[in-house]
Design a protein around this ligand. Structure first.
Ligand code: PEP
Ligand code: MN
Length: 275
């Protein structure tokens, strides 16, 4: 992969660590990002923020600008939603992340969130990547639905090249011939990207599988391959989620995931570094 320059892992730069509010990603700390697919109301995001923070999350997720396949589906609360999320994050001492789809949305979201997300559908939106490169906020870059590792890293390269060194990669499943699941979570992406790049790598089992029963085992798998964190869709009333209800889990399930992931991380440390 000679085309990868700034994202490339080297002896001098083998693991980037970014500070996000009181937390850091890419270092020893495993990061849990959790929250609803969409911010639906002030009450909803506050209730979820409280629960995920109690369960051990450090970062609150929630979409305010939603990239919906159908133009008739709920498109998000926009700036109003971002305000609710910022207030909820502050109240429960969380950082927060939300998706942006245009340069205009970057400017708006920068006022409220700690991390800007670029979604799968926009991984190759080069104008957006360049604009993200000029932002001072860390960028959570999701793998495109059919992107190779090289294309994924080249998308990160656009952001890095335009001046933003803080890119977090997110494996969120790819399109395959399998139709049972929403996507096929490519867990091998974690150790493979780890060999190619110094950037932090997190896993999104929610979009990766799309079915709530499999979020827990895939989260454990992400920990076992030494990902830097997880991003999981959690809702206080999963079936009533306005978007992505089938993959939403309740706070209790999220708490169990956090506990089991922590046990696996301890085991992984022993395997990698000896006792
Ligand atoms: C999301 O995080 O809600 C989302 C739309 O993700 P993706 O871009 O991975 O589909
Ligand atoms: Mn979603």
């Amino acid at each position: 992969m000679n085309s990868i320059k700034l994202a490339k892992k080297t002896e001098q730069n083998f693991k980037s660590i970014f500070k996000i509010k009181d937390y850091s990603i890419g270092g020893d700390e495993f990061i849990f990002m959790a929250g609803p697919c969409s911010i639906e109301s002030r009450e909803q995001i506050f209730a979820i923020a409280e629960q995920v923070s109690k369960a051990g999350a450090q970062i609150l997720r929630g979409g305010a600008f939603k990239p919906r396949t159908s133009p008739y589906s709920f498109q998000g609360l926009g700036e109003e939603g971002l305000k609710y999320m910022r207030d909820a994050a502050n109240k429960f001492n969380l950082a927060c992340v939300s998706e942006v789809m245009s340069e205009h949305e970057i400017k708006m979201a920068e006022e409220y969130v700690d991390i800007l997300q670029i979604g799968s559908r926009n991984m190759q939106n080069y104008s957006l990547l360049k604009a993200a490169g000029k932002s001072s906020k860390p960028i959570l870059l999701k793998r495109g639905l059919a992107a190779t590792y090289e294309e994924f890293l080249l998308a990160a390269e656009y952001i890095l090249m335009h001046g933003n060194s803080q890119v977090i990669l997110c494996e969120r499943g790819i399109r395959t011939f399998e139709t049972y699941t929403r996507n096929t979570l490519d867990i091998a992406a974690v150790p493979i990207l780890r060999e190619l790049t110094h950037l932090p790598i997190i896993v999104d089992p929610s979009h990766g599988v799309g079915l709530r029963n499999f979020i827990a085992p895939m989260s454990r798998a992400a920990a076992a391959v030494n990902a830097d964190g997880l991003i999981i869709e959690v809702h206080t009333d999963p079936d009533l989620s306005i978007s992505d209800a089938q993959q939403a889990i309740d706070p209790q399930t999220f708490k169990t995931i956090v506990n089991n992931v922590n046990k696996i991380l301890d085991a992984v440390k022993i395997t990698e570094y000896g006792e």
